[in-house]
Design a protein around this ligand. Structure first.
Ligand code: ZN
Length: 253
């Protein structure tokens, strides 16, 4: 069996950045290549019904039930693309037995400092994985992909652990907000599904996060200052007025 950490490190080194300017599905060829790698891995593990959805490019597979009991079919999902930041040459650092304090990110001059990121203090004694400061890590969501793949391998190796049917799906373009648009719920055929794409251990979110985005172009009116009174319109002031008109709870301050 491939260790979870080794599998994760292998996945993050593959550039699968999505592109919100693209009109293809997936938005980048690198995602197609990585999804094909995952498909072959699922076949090699012995998963059933391994396939690529013809339109949305999700790689799907089934782990058949190994119990006679009638239990719901659950689904596990993760996305392969990474956020809009350099993903070329990801070079992970593994910090074992983290003792606290700042972690230098390679020679980049950047560091992860608990004074800036207090959540680091929750992880003393654990293994932390960071970048060398020149790229993102892409744990979002290669961690989810690695966890699901490793779980499938484990369950296939341990048939004494009884379970119902488990559907697995790896999809593209979550970061640009289009992956879920194309998802084929009926074809996935699960009673309940979980996206393995979270934060702290044990956290379960049951509200949908919406990363919808709008781009506003604000055009002012430039007039020679000698005759500007009551005529000039400052675009920056319009932007400030617009921001202030939004409900405080609905805007990023
Ligand atoms: Zn994610």
């Amino acid at each position: 069996m491939e260790n979870l950490l080794d599998r994760f490190l292998r996945y993050v080194k593959v550039n699968t950045r999505s592109n919100d300017q693209s009109t293809t599905v997936p938005s980048t060829p690198s995602q197609t290549a990585f999804l094909n790698t995952l498909k072959q891995e699922l076949i090699d593990l012995g998963m059933s019904n391994v396939r690529t959805h013809p339109t949305n490019a999700y790689v799907l597979a089934t782990l058949p039930a190994n119990t006679e009991k009638q239990v719901p079919t659950i689904g596990l999902l993760a996305h392969v693309d990474t956020a809009d930041f350099n993903a070329d040459g990801v070079n992970p650092q593994v910090v074992e037995n983290y003792a606290g304090g700042a972690i230098q990110l390679g020679d980049s001059g950047y560091q992860l400092d608990p004074t800036e990121f207090p959540s680091l203090n929750q992880y003393h004694g654990q293994t932390l994985i960071t970048t060398d400061g020149t790229t993102l890590l892409g744990a979002d969501d290669k961690a989810g992909v690695a966890e699901i793949m490793t779980l499938m391998e484990y369950l296939l190796a341990h048939p004494e652990i009884k379970h119902g049917t488990i559907q697995v799906g790896f999809g593209p373009d979550e970061e640009i907000g289009t992956g879920a648009d194309h998802f084929d719920v009926a074809d996935f055929d699960a009673d309940f599904a979980y996206t393995v794409d979270g934060g702290p251990m044990g956290q379960l979110e049951y509200e949908t996060f919406n990363a919808a985005q709008a781009t506003l172009k604000i055009t002012g009116k430039n007039v020679h200052t000698a005759t500007a009174k009551d005529t000039m319109v400052n675009a920056l002031q319009l932007a400030v007025d617009y921001q202030s008109a939004l409900a405080a709870a609905d805007r990023q301050n």
